[in-house]
Design a binder for this molecule. Structure first.
Ligand SMILES: [Zn+2]
Length: 302
């Protein structure tokens, strides 16, 4: 074989191996069992919850890729013995919604009204065509109590924070809360000012969540926690907002604010990584967002 052919063949093998590795890695989800009927799935994207009920499985959030949605759907059937009858999207971000199209068209899909509006405007390209069949087909503004196959779920939009449309879910019978991205546990949060998110109001929004009845907490990202995890994240948010306000009051530049050493409540926080590549949610990012919100240097998109 000629040398160039060997090199070309080698390159093809490497690309195929990498592609296969990526495919297997993205599909392989970690499963944590919280109660007899409640599971957390972890992979590239936000944490997914799967609840078994006598009527079928309930899935909260569907990660980043339709390929992952397919795996979530398979796991939901394996873990609960039933097909998925309800998908709940905590908010519009792609790492919580882009697995939706893997579910059966006609499946009940619930979000807040704001989230549906954001999906249709801020992420309209993805939700065109066939994917639109798995957009939320049932929405609410503030609160909704659901009875599904003998289980009770409380859905609640407590106010603005990560975006202006996030919902949280309490699995009442399991005493478990899924916060969506209103809580990042041990990670720097995304702060979507353009979609109505706010550092300023976020901590007070979490006070309303903390008033609900639950013991354990599934965050949007990071390991399962409890009320202490929410309180720690509130400390972080309040400190971050103080820094933003101080910067706005003193006329500090964005760069000066990003170099601030006043932020200490992020001790131990890690940027979210994929194959050890940071996705940009890090300390300079949250400090920049604080400066932008406090000084009004951002544009609301919808
Ligand atoms: Zn998010």
């Amino acid at each position: 074989m000629k040398l160039w052919k060997k090199i070309l063949l080698g390159a093809v093998v490497v690309v195929l191996a990498l592609g296969g590795y990526l495919f297997v890695s993205v599909r392989s989800l970690e499963v944590e069992q919280l109660t007899d009927d409640l599971f957390v799935l972890r992979g590239l994207g936000g944490n997914t919850a799967v609840l078994g009920t006598s009527a079928g499985a309930v899935v909260v959030d569907t990660m980043t890729l339709p390929l992952q949605g397919t795996r979530i759907r398979e796991l939901a059937s394996e873990l609960t013995g039933k097909d998925t009858v309800l998908v709940i999207n905590t908010h519009y971000h792609l790492d919580h919604t882009h697995g939706n199209p893997a579910f059966e068209p006609g499946t009940r899909v619930i979000s807040t009204e704001r989230t549906l509006s954001h999906l249709q405007t801020l992420d309209a390209d993805f939700w065109a065509g066939d994917a639109a069949r798995l957009l939320p087909n049932e929405t609410f503004a503030d609160r909704q109590r659901l009875q599904v196959g003998g289980k009770t779920l409380d859905l609640y939009h407590p106010g603005r924070g990560h975006t202006d449309g996030d919902l949280v879910v309490v699995f009442v019978d399991e005493a478990v809360l899924h916060t969506g991205d209103l809580l990042f546990n041990g990670h720097y949060p995304n702060i979507d000012l353009e979609a109505g998110g706010t550092i300023e109001a976020w901590s007070a929004t979490l006070d309303k969540v903390a008033a609900m009845a639950f013991d354990r907490v599934i965050p949007g990202h990071g390991p399962t926690t409890d009320r202490a995890g929410i309180a720690q994240f509130q400390d972080f948010l309040r400190q971050l907002w103080d820094i933003g306000q101080a910067a706005a009051a003193s006329g500090a530049s964005k760069e000066e604010t990003q170099a601030s050493t006043a932020l200490t409540a992020d001790a131990g926080y890690e940027p979210i990584r994929f194959f050890s590549v940071s996705l940009g949610l890090d300390r300079p990012f949250v400090l920049r967002r604080a400066w932008e919100e406090a000084t009004g240097n951002f544009t609301r998109q919808n």
